[in-house]
Design a protein around this ligand. Structure first.
Ligand code: OAD
Length: 271
């Protein structure tokens, strides 16, 4: 990452009327949660069409309990211990210091809120909630509660006696079945209206740790740019979006973002 690029990004943020961030799995990588599309990522090991569609995931668990247990253990191991890293902390500092209006995230780990960001749009939902598939009501789930539910599902699958989703999932008072309040492939994202408002109302968008290939999230920087916003990308790799960014800061978010926060502070004092 060049010094000039860092200064340019910092000046853009310090001078912005309204900056927002769009984040993806790369921001949580340094918290120990594997990304989806990098080598050894989740989609390297499991077929998203099989394990992450609304109609398919339960059938997968029931049809292939052994693989299902692997998948659920992977989720539990990744999320049980994960805590916010330097990248999350930096984004929380930017918001607290008045330089960031919102974080729009594709991540379902809840780490932005845990780090202290208050205005967070969770486009793909959160493992911190469960939702009834029938009445649609939502309940908060603690990290411990989430892990306990996964352990219970793993134990049930291990008994090889699961033949129906009702054997695996908790019931809501209405009689429907609860599931994690996350967005699966083929389902509408959450908070899209609010995300579009942020994207179309910002003059700087900081795009961190996303491959920018999953829509509609990938459309948000395009919408922002179409309205004249500057795009800053933080990613160790170049992505589909890189060519259209005003600044590309190459590096891990946990290293680059804290440096960016310091540079924004310097730029704000100098202004
Ligand atoms: P991907 O796995 O597609 O992309 C992760 C990006 O993070 C890549 O561009 C990496 O280069 C970058 N990266 C890796 N380590 C990094 C680090 N330490 N700092 C910064 N960047 C790093 O993840 P997403 O773009 O978030 O959706 O994927 C979008 C959606 O696809 C996910 O929300 C999920 C997935 O299928 C659903 O499950 C609906």
């Amino acid at each position: 990452m060049g010094h000039t690029d860092l200064s340019k990004a910092a000046e853009l943020i310090a001078g912005a009327e309204r900056a927002v961030a769009l984040t993806g799995a790369g921001v949580s990588a340094e918290s120990g949660i594997a990304t989806f599309r990098d080598a050894d990522g989740l989609w390297d090991r499991f077929d998203p069409e099989e394990v992450a569609t609304a109609g398919g995931w339960l059938a997968f668990l029931i049809r292939k309990p052994w693989e299902g247990m692997e998948f659920l253990r992977g989720l539990r191991d990744a999320f049980a211990e994960a805590s916010p890293n330097e990248a999350h902390a930096a984004l929380a500092s930017l918001e607290a210091e008045g330089h960031l209006g919102a974080v729009i995230t594709q991540n379902v780990d809840g780490l932005h809120r845990l780090a202290g960001n208050r205005e967070v749009v969770e486009l793909h939902g959160s493992f911190g909630r469960r939702r009834c598939s029938s009445c649609g009501c939502r309940e908060r789930v603690s990290r411990e509660g989430f892990c306990e539910e996964l352990d219970t599902m793993i134990a049930k699958l291990g008994s090889y006696m699961v033949h129906h989703p009702a054997h695996l999932l908790r019931r809501c008072e209405c009689g429907g079945l609860f599931r994690a309040d996350v967005v699966m492939f083929g389902e509408p994202v959450q908070g899209l209206g609010s995300a579009l408002e942020h994207a179309e109302g910002c003059d700087v968008m900081l795009v961190c740790g996303t491959s920018s290939v999953v829509y509609p999230a990938a459309e948000l920087p395009e919408r922002a740019k179409a309205r004249g916003a500057a795009l800053i990308e933080v990613n160790p790799q170049r992505t589909e979006l890189s060519a259209r960014c005003d600044v590309h800061l190459a590096g891990a978010a946990g290293e680059v973002l804290p440096e960016l926060v310091e540079a924004v502070r310097r730029a704000s004092v100098a202004a």
